[in-house]
Ligand binder design. Structure first.
Ligand code: NDP
Length: 285
């Protein structure tokens, strides 16, 4: 099957994929711009990834958003990748163009735009990044985009933090200091921003056990988790008077370049979009 010249299709591929907000997010923008198109959820396990990508390419899809567990496979399948995907070793966006597959990673720009909107530049400022998993790679590149002066990368597994800091060192100007979560009290006092990129506090996971009393009053606290929208970390930080930034801003901003690539229009991140997604997430706004 190939598509008619008018309808535009894109997909989101993952396993599971039912939790993905991409279809509603892109659906909102498609309606807003009166575009005859759709964002189709593609449930595919690891073994089906290549076949599904081949199938939707042949069907005329413009591209796919890529979620867990396929970001590394997406990077590997791409004929070319942008600097962010290269740095992350993972792609969350595949664009099908002229018979080729372009891989991009929009997580870094998503976090950078969300932080810029809330707190502006990070020039001259120290940041503590908690977690050294897949999301932390993009987070470091995003903090670099905003000009962070230094990044303390703290992880439960110190070895993982060291490996990540070493692998990103050639691409980031800011020094990235690896440490364990036990180093929190030593480094928190100098931080203008702390970003949680761990999965602690997501869904039913127990929250991170850190003492926010170690932070300066002016420090902002960002949680990349968006489910729940207000994590215990953000609730506690808000109660102490810190500026808080949830993970929904990053999620919305990282979708902007993919919508533009698929449907040819740069969409806006608006309060109406946030309210709609917050409702879907079942959060109280
Ligand atoms: P990974 O599984 O790759 O990494 C998980 C990280 O969390 C590791 O650093 C792990 O530490 C740490 N961790 C897990 N449990 C605990 C705990 N109890 N205490 C301390 N540290 C813990 O996950 P990702 O990096 O892919 O994703 C992390 C989070 O970021 C998820 O909640 C995800 O939803 C969110 N995210 C949000 C995005 C957005 O757009 N807002 C985009 C991408 C991700 P260790 O190495 O020691 O195991």
């Amino acid at each position: 099957m190939t598509l008619s010249g008018k309808a535009k299709l894109a997909g989101v591929i993952g396993w599971p994929v039912s939790h993905s907000l991409s279809p509603v997010l892109h659906g909102h923008w498609l309606a807003e711009h009166g575009i005859d198109g759709a964002m189709v959820p593609l449930a595919a396990g690891r073994e089906d990834f290549s076949a599904v990508i081949e199938g939707v390419r042949r069907a005329g899809f413009a591209g796919v958003n890529v979620t867990v567990p396929h970001k590394e496979s997406a990077f590997a399948i791409a004929h070319s990748v942008d600097a962010a995907a290269q740095g992350a070793g993972a792609a969350n966006l595949l664009i099908f163009r002229n018979g080729k597959i372009e891989g991009r990673n929009t997580d870094a720009v998503g976090l950078a735009e969300s932080l810029r909107e809330n707190i502006g530049t990070l020039k001259g400022k120290n940041v503590v990044l908690l977690g050294a998993g897949g999301a932390a790679r993009g987070a470091i590149l995003g903090l670099e985009m905003l000009g962070a002066a230094s990044i303390h990368l703290l992880n439960r597994d110190l070895h993982r933090a060291k490996t990540l800091a070493a692998s990103l060192a050639p691409q980031v100007k800011a020094p990235v200091h690896p440490g364990s979560l036990d180093d929190w009290k030593k480094v928190a006092g100098d931080a203008a921003l702390v970003v949680n990129s761990t999965s602690a506090g997501m869904g039913a996971n127990p929250p991170l056990d850190i003492d926010l009393g170690a932070l300066s009053k002016e420090a902002a606290v960002c949680d990349m988790i968006y489910n729940p929208l207000e994590t215990k970390l953000l609730k506690d930080a808000g109660a102490r008077g810190h500026k808080t930034i949830d993970g929904l801003g990053m999620l919305m901003h990282q979708a902007v370049p993919s919508f533009e690539a698929f449907f040819g229009v740069k969409p806006a991140v608006t309060p109406a979009l946030r309210a709609m997604l917050a409702k879907v997430l079942g959060a109280n706004t």
